[in-house]
Design a protein around this ligand. Structure first.
Ligand code: NDP
Length: 446
């Protein structure tokens, strides 16, 4: 339910952003949480903070022409939505996936504002990407695409302006090509202009692992708050990309057994526990599909065309894409004995799914909080670049764990303060919102 003052703001979001359904969903979720804040803080409404937050500061859409290995010309569309810079330079990843359009980039950018606020680090919110499909493209084609993309993007970004990173379809290889082209065009070795870089040219330890590891640390805190731990728990992680692989790695280190993971072709059930070395070999080195894992591992089923959430588990970590857990999936998970959800992906659970989990007493860690370890470690990468320093793996991982514990504690305390104990969604939205809103008030009407 929306607070009456927020109803008209939401109507205006719908009217001003037609057809952008993912953005509408993300905006509604935040607006539903912040009703109680307006009672305590009338100054936010008086200064139209919420209306301002819902309108990006700047939206850039551009043409990305490139040539494939056969000499054929292709045209894609590039986006960068610079949503809010009250807390620091815009910060958020780039997604390369055929489903990308303005509504997806805006939902991700909007979420990013509050997530970044929640980390307590000096970073604003933004997001970008392209409808380019990297699947089946050669390394050279991907390089040419990245170079063309940066040939426009470079004029909008900078260490003090806007600092992109990776997301779906953009990993360390793509970040390298993007950074290389930025350096070439500007003639500046401006390391902190992009994060997620390789270790040989300014990347930070633990950045690759940070989102997945951070999500596992967050779930560990949720389990602790319920008086239990990962030890001996049956866990399902969707996806098998950057976030999923390192979520699996950390869950295994913390004593859990991950019995299933997936890609867009289907999922595997491996009752002995996912063989991480094999998964990395197949996904990160050979770039094969999930059925190859089942074939090589033996005695493992590959299931196509069905939802991974039919696999019973005590902990679920959706780490693939938005709206992958529907109401029906949530019911199946609750029936199967699930007690905790840690969203590694952004907005992977539909509003109905969230309601079902919360009503069933499942600890539900929303992406804004549970996957904030990625952007937090990106901010640490910027810090190391600015001081020409590089920290050890152990130190960086400890910092990540402390940040996740702090975010978890703040979500719980804020939810309690606003009369919604145990509601991590409300805690994350309110805490992130207040940090950004206070900075916006302090900076005046800009
Ligand atoms: P990757 O591209 O590395 O991996 C994505 C994984 O999800 C792949 O296994 C992919 O399968 C699967 N997937 C993607 N789209 C779909 C789809 N429509 N249906 C089914 N499966 C799909 O991306 P990341 O791991 O980086 O990102 C995963 C999620 O985590 C995203 O929601 C992203 O926004 C979020 N996130 C990422 C962060 C990061 O640091 N990378 C930080 C915070 C959040 P396939 O290969 O078959 O497409």
């Amino acid at each position: 339910m929306l607070h009456e003052k927020l109803e008209s703001i939401y109507d205006s979001v719908l009217r001003r952003n037609p057809g952008e359904i993912e953005f509408h969903q993300a905006a509604r979720e935040v607006l539903e949480s912040i009703g109680p804040v307006l009672g305590k803080h009338p100054e936010y409404a008086e200064s139209k903070i919420i209306e301002r937050i819902c309108e990006p500061e700047r939206q850039i859409i551009f043409r990305v022409p490139w040539e494939d290995d056969q000499g054929e010309v292709h045209i894609n569309r590039g986006f960068r939505v610079e949503f809010n810079s009250a807390l620091g330079p815009y910060k958020g990843g780039l997604r390369f996936h055929p489903s990308v359009y303005l509504g997806i980039v805006k939902f991700l950018g909007f979420e990013q504002i509050f997530k970044n606020g929640l980390t307590g680090l000096p970073i604003g919110g933004g997001k970008g990407g392209s409808d380019f499909d990297p699947k089946g493209r050669s390394q050279r084609e991907i390089m040419r695409f990245c170079q063309s993309f940066m040939t426009e993007l470079y004029r909008h970004i900078g260490e003090y302006t806007d600092v992109p990173a990776g997301d779906i379809g953009v990993g360390q290889r793509e970040v390298g090509y993007l950074f290389g082209q930025y350096k070439r065009i500007t003639n500046r070795y401006e390391s902190a202009v992009i994060t997620g870089k390789g270790l040989s040219y300014g990347g930070a330890q633990v950045r690759t692992e940070a989102t997945g590891y951070g999500c596992a640390f967050f779930v560990e805190e949720m389990l602790k708050a319920r008086g239990t731990s990962f030890d001996g728990k049956r866990v399902v992680v969707s996806g098998s990309g950057n976030v999923a692989v390192y979520a699996i790695e950390k869950v295994q280190q913390l004593g859990g057994t991950v019995v299933a993971c997936s890609d867009s072709s289907g999922y595997v059930i491996d009752e002995k526990g996912i063989d991480l070395d094999l998964l990395k070999q197949i996904k990160q080195i050979e770039h094969l599909r999930m059925d190859a894992y089942a074939r090589r591992r033996g005695e493992v089923s590959f299931v196509a065309g069905r939802s991974i959430w039919e696999v019973p588990c005590e902990v679920a970590m959706p780490s693939a894409t938005q709206n992958e857990i529907t109401g029906k999936d949530a019911e199946a998970l609750v029936r199967g004995g699930c007690i905790a959800i840690g969203e590694g992906a952004n907005m992977p659970t539909t509003p109905e799914g969230i309601r079902i989990f919360q009503e069933a007493g499942v600890s539900f860690g929303p992406g804004k909080a549970a996957n904030a370890g990625g952007v937090a470690t990106s901010a640490l990468e910027m810090q190391q670049n600015a001081s020409r320093d590089s920290w050890t793996f152990e130190f960086s991982e400890r910092r990540l764990q402390e940040i996740m514990q702090d975010i978890h504690g703040r979500c719980l305390n804020t939810a309690e303060e606003y009369g919604m104990p145990g509601n991590y969604v409300a805690g994350a939205n309110i805490d992130g919102f207040k940090r950004v809103a206070d900075a916006m008030l302090a900076l005046g009407l800009i």
